[in-house]
Design a binder for this molecule. Structure first.
Ligand code: CDP
Length: 207
């Protein structure tokens, strides 16, 4: 049986942590789809044409070093606005979503475009200030030299680009459960996400 869990939301809302914990709890695979766009963005920074880079992408590219930097995040959101780049990445994501046993995919358009038929959909969000604070601490812990105001400006710029693009803009699916993590600690956010998915799984069993 396949059971797809779609987890969407803006940068640094907690999707990554929540997605990993949900996947571990239900014993299913997890695909961070942001890594696909980051891998293409990194290739663009290396001088490769993004559409070609997207068409040539293989699973191993997601393990590349240096995908988590702020520069690569901005490049990712630029290549993510190119329809041919998005189109080149669809089949890989859909195949992963329909794996036997189930899967969690996290991104921006999983519940709206990649898997509108997903059995469970969450939209994880938080205020821009809270998200920038988290990302700032993450980048600093990783040794990056940056300041909060720069990270906040970057976060808002990326939110705006992701939400205003014509193709697959960032928005919650109509049937998504909204989880605002602004005032939640990680354990509470994870527990609420697991409860929301568990409710959908038991719906499926009784349907
Ligand atoms: O980790 P963070 O939330 O900062 O970003 P990410 O999930 O790694 O995504 C990086 C960029 O890729 C986003 O700003 C989006 O522009 C793009 N993306 C997308 O368009 N669609 C997805 N399903 C996932 C990411």
């Amino acid at each position: 049986m396949s059971f797809t869990i779609a987890i969407d939301g803006p940068a640094a809302a907690g999707k990554g942590t929540i997605s990993k914990a949900v996947a571990a709890h239900f014993g299913v695979g997890h695909l961070d789809t942001g890594l696909l766009y980051r891998a293409v963005g990194k290739r663009m920074l290396d001088g490769i044409e993004p559409i070609e880079a997207a068409r040539a992408l293989v699973a191993e590219d997601l393990q590349a070093e240096g995908l988590r930097t702020a520069a690569v995040a901005q490049a990712a959101s630029k290549v993510a606005a190119i329809p041919e780049v998005r189109a080149a990445l669809v089949d890989f994501q859909r195949a992963y979503a329909r794996r036997a046993g189930g899967a969690v995919l996290d991104g921006r358009d999983i519940g709206t475009v990649i898997c509108p038929e997903a059995e469970a959909k969450l939209f994880v969000t938080a205020s821009a200030e809270v998200r920038a604070r988290r990302r700032f601490e993450e980048l600093r812990a990783g040794g990056a030299e940056t300041d909060y105001d720069t990270v906040l400006a970057d976060t808002k710029e990326r939110d705006h680009r992701d939400a205003s693009r014509a193709d697959a803009p960032l928005r919650p699916a109509e049937d998504a459960v909204i989880l605002d993590t602004s005032t939640l600690d990680i354990a509470t956010a994870v527990a609420q996400a697991i409860a929301a998915v568990a409710a959908k799984r038991s719906d499926g069993e009784t349907a």
